[in-house]
Write a new protein. Structure first.
Length: 279
């Protein structure tokens, strides 16, 4: 064919013969984008796939990762390749590819729900079998009369713990709760006594250990924090487990908050079933 490049070794207008000219030329495609090709490829531009980035906004809100040619000039976009990573109701991030506006599929990780009697053996997104054993929350003043999976009916006990710490000083916790293994007399500068809620310096301050993460808090401040979370859930309808105010670890194991925790777990089970039914 006749080469149109001024870099072709043949004279202008001369037939290049059967050899394919590989000089790079810039042409304008039918979609309007310019693209650099080897000269011999520019003879039939309908066969040339535009490699300009599409960058159109997809239904999910992300930019299309395809090219103009792959997307047929915007007529059919390639799928979003970003990982979803949205938090699921169980707290795990969604590992599927971006799928908005469709809801996230059930979580495939092993379920981490467990109680003193058993541990769930299903996938996280499957319905847990409720434990019907008697709740173990008891202290010398009262006990919970509900089944293990039901929100506790025992009131929070605010009597001082009478146990002694290894240092032989009295525990700074409350009756029936896990003892915080720190002593304000032996270690007054311990970081657990730093002001967080504003009630740590009071003479009668009592402390509680969150079993899930190990953080220690002054009890009246933590009680208020938990009750605020409960109020927020009731007002907004948002379903999630209460969480540690320092590290955001979900609170599951402290029976002092069994009414809040178990109500949230039961609500999450209902959400699981709705997701499964809609798949």
């Amino acid at each position: 064919g006749v080469c149109s490049s001024d870099q072709c070794p043949s004279r202008c207008g001369e037939d290049c013969g059967d050899s394919l000219c590989t000089v790079m030329v810039t042409v304008k495609l039918y979609c309007g984008h310019e693209q650099t090709l080897r000269c011999f490829e520019s003879g039939d531009l309908l066969r040339v796939e535009c490699n300009a980035k599409c960058n159109k906004e997809l239904e999910c809100g992300d930019l299309c990762p395809g090219s103009c040619g792959e997307c047929i000039q915007g007529k059919k976009h390639v799928s979003c390749k970003r990982r979803c990573d949205n938090p699921l109701t169980c707290g795990h991030p969604c590992k599927e590819r971006c799928h908005k506006p469709r809801i996230c599929p059930p979580c495939r990780k092993g379920c981490i729900n467990k109680c003193p009697h058993t541990q769930c053996g299903f996938a996280c997104g499957e319905k847990c079998v409720p434990c019907v054993e008697r709740c173990i929350w008891v202290c010398r003043h009262s006990r919970c009369k509900r089944r293990c999976y039901e929100p506790c009916d025992k009131e929070r006990c605010n009597y001082d713990c009478e146990k002694l710490l290894p240092c032989r000083h009295q525990c700074m916790g409350l009756c029936g709760e896990p003892c915080p293994m720190v002593c304000k007399i032996c270690s007054p500068e311990d970081e657990n006594f730093d002001v967080f809620f504003g009630t740590e310096d009071e003479d009668d301050a009592r402390f509680l250990t969150l079993v899930d993460c190990g953080h220690i808090f002054e009890v009246t401040g933590l009680d208020q924090w938990m009750d605020v979370q409960l109020g927020g859930r009731e007002n907004t309808g948002r379903i999630q487990l209460p969480f540690c105010p320092k590290c955001n670890e979900p609170i599951r194991k402290n029976l002092r908050y069994g009414k809040i925790v178990k109500a949230a777990l039961n609500d999450l089970e209902e959400v699981k079933m709705k997701i499964i039914d809609n798949m």
